[in-house]
Design a protein. Structure first.
Length: 252
C-alpha cells in the first residue's frame, strides 16, 4: 500500500499540471502542444485524438499533429459513427509482424447531437491497459470543459460582431436619413422663401380691392372689382397648389 503512494503522488501532480496547462491554453493549437508534451505522463499511447461533436460539425484535436492544430473533419468514418451512436466502447486488437496494436475508443454524449469522443492507439512499446480508462474519462472532462469554453467565447464574439455590424448599419441609416431631412428642410425653407411672393401678391390684391369697397358703390364694386377678386383668389389657389405639390415630392 505504502509503495503505491509515490506513484499516486506523481500521477496527481501530472494531472494537476495537465489540467492547469489546458486551463491556461490560449488556443486549440496550444492544447495540441500540451497533449504532445504532457499526455505521456498520464497514459501510454502512440496516438491520441479528441473529437468534439456538435450537430453535423466535427472537430478534432490530436497530439500527433505536427503543430497541434485543430482540424475540422467534416464527417466521421463509419466505425466512428457506430461508436458515437451506440456509445459502446471500442477495443480492436490487430497482430502484425509480431507486434500487437490496439485501437480503443470512447464516446461521451451530452445529448444526441452534442458530445465528444476519444480515440487511442497503442502497441507493445506503449501498451494501454484498462487502468488508464478512468484517466481517459478525466482527460475528456478537462478537454471538453476547455473546448466548450472556447466555443462559447467564439459564439459570443460572433454575436457581438453581428450586433456591432447592425449598430453600424443603423448609424449609417440614421446619418443618411438625417442628411436627407436636413436637405429637405433646407429645400423647404428655400421653397417657402421663393414662393412667398407668389402667395403674398394675390393676398395683397384681395386686401387692396376689399379696402375699396367702402369708397365706391356696391354695384360699381361688383362690376369693376369682383372679377379682380376672383382672379386674385384663383392665382392664390394655383400658388398654394404648386407649393403643396413641391412639398409632397419631399416626402420619403
Amino acid at each position: 500500500m505504502f509503495s503505491e503512494e509515490p506513484h499516486y503522488k506523481v500521477l496527481f501532480e501530472a494531472i494537476n499540471k495537465f489540467s492547469i496547462a489546458v486551463f491556461n491554453a490560449g488556443s486549440r493549437v496550444e492544447i495540441g502542444s500540451i497533449l504532445r508534451e504532457k499526455l505521456k505522463y498520464l497514459i501510454n499511447c502512440n496516438a491520441f485524438e479528441f473529437y468534439i461533436i456538435k450537430g453535423d460539425e466535427v472537430e478534432m484535436i490530436s497530439q500527433t499533429q505536427a503543430e497541434g492544430e485543430s482540424i475540422p473533419t467534416g464527417e466521421l468514418e463509419p466505425w466512428m459513427t457506430s461508436l458515437w451512436e451506440t456509445g459502446i466502447p471500442l477495443h480492436h486488437i490487430e497482430h502484425r509482424d509480431g507486434n500487437q496494436t490496439e485501437l480503443r475508443g470512447w464516446s461521451f454524449k451530452k445529448n444526441e447531437r452534442l458530445g465528444s469522443m476519444i480515440i487511442v492507439k497503442s502497441d507493445d512499446k506503449a501498451p494501454f491497459t484498462n487502468r488508464y480508462v478512468t484517466m481517459v474519462k478525466l482527460i475528456n472532462e478537462i478537454l471538453w470543459s476547455k473546448i466548450s469554453n472556447y466555443r462559447l467565447i467564439e459564439e459570443l464574439d460572433r454575436k457581438n460582431n453581428r450586433i456591432e455590424s447592425l449598430m453600424q448599419e443603423q448609424e449609417k441609416l440614421i446619418s443618411l436619413r438625417t442628411q436627407k431631412l436636413l436637405q429637405s428642410n433646407q429645400y423647404l425653407t428655400q421653397l417657402i422663401q421663393f414662393n412667398s411672393h407668389q402667395i403674398r401678391e394675390p393676398i395683397t390684391r384681395v386686401l387692396s380691392i376689399a379696402d375699396l369697397k367702402d369708397e365706391v358703390g356696391m354695384e360699381e364694386w361688383d362690376k369693376e372689382f369682383w372679377p379682380d377678386i376672383l382672379r386674385a383668389i384663383s392665382d392664390l389657389d394655383q400658388a398654394l397648389t404648386s407649393i403643396v405639390a413641391k412639398v409632397e415630392r419631399l416626402q420619403p
